[in-house]
Design a protein around this ligand. Structure first.
Ligand code: NAP
Ligand code: ZN
Length: 323
């Protein structure tokens, strides 16, 4: 049994065809024939060696495919897999349904081979049935990008909340849609003027390329992989507002103490979502028609597609498709 994938053999290397023999199917594992895999900017960080030496590296953690075999599913069922592919199952976090916080949290494509491939094996607890109404090519990015923005929105926003989203890329364009679905007043912050028309279609009521207005927002999601000017963005929050960092900025966020103190603000972060949140997110997406806007290309073009994401050229998510 051989799986066919695309891998980088060292930092910043081009993705090339790569074959490997999978580990035997564990008692609780499922094998999935991959049809689609989205390209998240985390795949770029990994390939570029920014998150350590995981080479040879097969990226890919926005996977949709069909069950080939394994426990708990019927062959042919359509499932998705995101960033996390296993956890211990017994610690206090796993018991509470917060598997993402488990110390043994296993990432799908770090230390194991991910979704830029024809097949994958994961623990069945981390394979999620895809609601019938969702199309595979526009739903694949929900498995990582979608749940990453849905989780803080369901936690910190309600109908009528004023929500700002910084960075209208893969995560950001889905955040605009979920925020609109919840009934928020939505502001998109972007450095790319050409994204305005589509940002408004995704759900933005306001599109801002410059500085935010002071004291106007209840929640800011920063999806950019850069630290913003925290003075400016914390100044844009109303009392008790929340700034939530989602992008993997390499540099620290410098938080001004007086802004926090005087308006009782919260600066926090959030990682993907646990299985129960992923299931809920998929249902909400199906109900409200939330879907990534994708450029679908054949799996063999993985290297060029990854580079489009690297250069902020994707509109708005590259998705690889197997023949
Ligand atoms: P993406 O598709 O490349 O989009 C990122 C967007 O951020 C860009 O489209 C751009 O939007 C903006 N941006 C890029 N560089 C910037 C800079 N230097 N300064 C300000 N804005 C910048 O990336 P993505 O897939 O959405 O991922 C974004 C980040 O989230 C990555 O760091 C990724 O690793 C991380 N991530 C985190 C989690 C989590 O669990 N927290 C999950 C998935 C991904 P504009 O053109 O509109 O300015
Ligand atoms: Zn991701």
């Amino acid at each position: 049994m051989t799986f066919h994938a695309f891998a980088a053999t060292k930092a910043k290397a081009h993705l090339k065809p790569f074959e490997y023999k999978p580990k035997p199917l564990g008692e609780h594992d499922v094998e999935i024939a991959i049809t689609h895999c989205g390209i998240c900017h985390s795949d770029v960080h990994l390939v570029d060696g920014e998150w350590g030496d995981w080479f040879p590296l097969v990226p890919g953690h926005e996977i949709i495919g069909t069950i080939v075999g394994g426990e708990g599913f019927k062959p042919g069922e359509r499932v998705g897999v995101g960033w996390q592919c296993n956890s211990c199952g017994t610690c206090e976090y796993c018991q509470a349904g917060e598997e993402v916080l488990c110390a043994e949290h296993a990432p799908t494509c770090q230390g194991r081979f991910g979704g830029f491939a024809d097949r994958i094996r994961v623990n069945g607890r981390f394979a999620f049935r895809i609601p019938e109404r969702l199309l595979s090519e526009t739903a694949a990015p929900l498995l990582c990008g979608g749940v990453t923005v849905y989780k803080p929105l369901r936690t910190y926003a309600t109908e009528g909340s004023r929500v700002g989203v910084i960075g209208i890329g893969g995560l950001g364009h889905i955040a605009l849609q979920f925020a609109k679905a919840i009934g928020c007043e939505v502001t998109a912050f972007s450095r790319s003027k050409d994204k305005e028309r589509e940002a408004r279609q995704f759900g933005a009521d306001h599109f801002v390329t410059g500085k935010p207005r002071r004291g106007t927002l209840d929640l800011i999601l920063n999806t950019a992989h850069a630290a913003p000017d925290m003075d400016t963005y914390l100044g844009a929050l109303r009392p008790k507002g929340v700034f939530c960092q989602l992008g993997a900025a390499a540099e620290p966020l410098s938080v001004p103490a007086f802004a926090l103190i005087s308006d009782s603000l919260t600066v926090t972060g959030s990682a993907i979502g646990s299985p129960s949140v992923i299931r809920e997110m998929l249902e909400v997406a199906a109900r409200h028609g939330v879907a990534a806007k994708t450029e679908v290309v054949p799996m063999k073009d993985a290297d060029a597609a990854l580079d489009r994401t690297r250069r902020n050229r994707a509109r708005y998510r590259m998705v690889l498709e197997n023949p």
